[in-house]
Design a binder for this molecule. Sequence first.
Ligand code: ADP
Ligand code: MG
Length: 701
Amino acid sequence: MNNDILNQSIEFIKGVGPARSKLLSEELNLKTVKDLIDFYPYRYIDRSRFFKINELPKNQSEVQIIGKIKSVKRTKVRFRNRLNCEFYDETGKVDLIWYRGFNWVEESLKTNEEYVIYGKLSWFGNNPSIAHPEIKTKDSFNRNIPRRLHGIYSSTEKLINEGVTQKYFIKIIYNLLNSLQNQIKENLSYNILNEYNLIDRYKAIINIHLPESQELLSQSSKRLKFEELFFNQLGFQLTKNERIQKLNGFKFEKVGDNLNQFYKNSLPFELTGDQKKVIKEIRNDFRDGKQMNRLLQGDVGSGKTIVSIMIMLIAIDNNFQSCILAPTEILANQHFKSIKELLSGLDIKIDLLTGSVKTKDRKAIHEDLLSGKTNILVGTHAILEDIVKFKNLGLSIVDEQHRFGVAQRAKLWKKNSPPPHVLVMTATPIPRTLAMSLYGDLDISSIKELPPGRITTKTVHKYDKNRLSVFKFLREQIKKGRQIYLVYPLINESEKLDYKDLMDGYESIVREFPRPDFQVSIVHGKMSSKDKDYEMGRFINKETQILVSTTVIEVGVNVPNASVMVIESAERFGLSQLHQLRGRVGRGNEESYCILMTKDNLSEDSKIRVDTMVKVSDGFKLAEVDLKLRGPGDMMGTKQSGALKFKLADIIYDSEILNNARKCAYKLLESDPRLTKKENYPIRHEISSSSNSKNLWRYIS
Ligand code: ADP
Ligand code: MG
C-alpha cells in the first residue's frame, strides 16, 4: 500500500473535515487513514434476518420484523406522554413505544403501509415491546441498505452527541475504502493464499467493515487474523534464524565419567519417561553446534532439578563450567545443598554465590571461577554481576524463569563467547499458544508425567466461618508429626494493609497454637535474608510446626514433611499462583492437603477459580483455564502483555490459525530465507513498509 496515503490525516477523507477529524483523534485516537482502516467493528448486527413475532427470542436481543401498524395511540403514564403503536405481522403483535420526539412519528406512520422495524426487545410477561425502534417502509429499506450485516464501532458519549453515529462511521469508511480500491495491496504470496485458503486482502478489509454476508465476514476475519499471526511468527523465525546463523554454540560431544558414574552409583531413582525424553532433547541441542535456548516446563514436583543436574554433568564432562540461577536465596541455598548431596560421590567443586556471601568468601569464589576450579556455581542474581567471570561457562540454567526478565537472560549470554547454552525452567506451565506467541524464539520441552507414587494433594474450600474446624484439623495433623504452611496474600510486599493482615494473622495463629506445645515461624519479604533463612531453617529442621508466610515460599521450597498448605484469602490469588503454592506440599509419602480459605460471599469469578482448584490438579490444565479466565495479558503480567495484543486474533480461540501461521512462516523461510523470490515480494514489501514489521527488515535486507 502506498505509505503517503496511509499516513494522511483522516481530515481529507470525504465527509470528515477538520472539526470531526479533531474529535475522532481526541476521542478514539484515530488520526491517519491507516488508523481508520484498522478500526474494525467490535461486533456485528445481522440485518438480513427477519423474525416472525411468534418466534421472537425471549430475551433482550435486537430483532428485525416486517409488519403493519394497526393503531397509534398517545397515552399518559404517570403524567408523562408517550406514543404506543400496535404492530402486527401474521403471527402476533409487538408494542412499539416512544417516550419522546414522537410528533414526527405520529404524523408519518401509516396504517396500511408495510414497515421494517428494528430494535431491542423488552418483555412484559408474554408481551413483547420495542422502545424507540428504527422504522422504515419496506420499500425504502430495500433501497437503502445494500449490506445487511452491520458492523458496530466503538464510540463515546461525546461522539454520539456530536453526530458521529454508527451510520456516520459506516459512511466514511465506505467512502474511504472505495477510494483506496487500488491502493490496498496484497501482502501475502499467492502460494500462501492458496495453501491456507485465504481471501485476498482488499476483499477482507472491505468485508470486515462492511460484510456482504456472514460467510464473507468469517473468511475476512480468518484472513486478517492469519496475516497478523503470520507476521508475528515470521518475526520470531527470522530472529531465531539470525541467531542460529550467527551464534555458534559449544559442542558437548562426550558422555564422560561424571555422568556415567552418577547414573550408575548416585541416581536415587529411575527417571520418568518424560525426564529421559527431555534429557535427550537437550543432548541433541548440545551436539549440533548451535547455542541452545530452551524452555523446560514441568509442573511442581515433576523433577526438573535432576534433569538440570544431569545436563550440568555433561557440560563438566566436556570441560565446561555450569551455573544455576534461582530467584530467591532460600531457593539457591536449597539447590546448593541438594546438588552437593547428590554429587557427593564425584570430584566436583560446587560453589554458592548469593547476596549474603561475605566479601572475603566472595573473592575466593570469583578466583575459583576464573581459574576453572569451580565446576558448578549455584546462586541468585548475584551471579549476573559483571565482576563474576568464568573460565569457560558452557551452560546456564535459570530456575523458575517467570521472575527473570529478558535483560537478565541477556547478561548470561555475555558470560562467554560464544554464549553458553541456556535452559530456562518453569513450574508455571504456559499454554502452548501463549508460549508460541511469547517465546516463539525458544525451543520448548515439557515434563507432563509426575514421578511414580505421588499422591495427589487433597484440595478443599473452606469459608472463614469454618475456621475453628480448620484449626482443629491442623492440630490433629501436627499431632501426627506433620508440618503446616499458612500463606497470606501479600501480593504486593510494599502494601501496608496486606502486611498488617499478615501480622494479625500471625498473632492469632500464635494465640491458637500457643507455646510450648506449638512453635510458629514467620517469613516475609520485609525481613532481612538472614532472618528469613533463620526462620525458614527452623521450619526445615522441624523445630517449628507452622510456617506463617507470604508468597515468598511460592517458588521451589522443598520440605517433604510439610503436608498441609492453608491459603488465606485464596480468592485473591490467580490460579497459577494457587497451584504453585499447592505444589509446596505433597512432596513426601504422606497424604497431603491444601485448604483454600475464602470470605463468605465470593464473586462469580473467584468461585470458578476456587472450584477449579478443588477439581483440577494438573498444572497444564489449570494454565489453560487461567488463560481463559484472565486473558493472556493478566496471566503473564503487564510487562509481557504488550507482546500479546493483536487487533483481531485471540491466541486462546484462534490457536488453529496460530498453528498454521507458525507452520507457514517456518516453511516459507526454509525455502526462501531472505525472501528474495519474486513470488514473496508482497511479504518483503510489507516488512519494508509496515511500521509493525519494520524492525524485521534488517534480517532480510
Ligand atoms: P521440580 O520440578 O518442582 O523442581 P524437583 O526436581 O524438586 O521438582 O523434584 C521433586 C521431588 O521429586 C524431589 O524430591 C525429587 O527427588 C523427586 N523426584 C524427581 N524425579 C523423580 C523420579 N524420577 N522418581 C522419583 N522421585 C523423583
Ligand atoms: Mg524446582
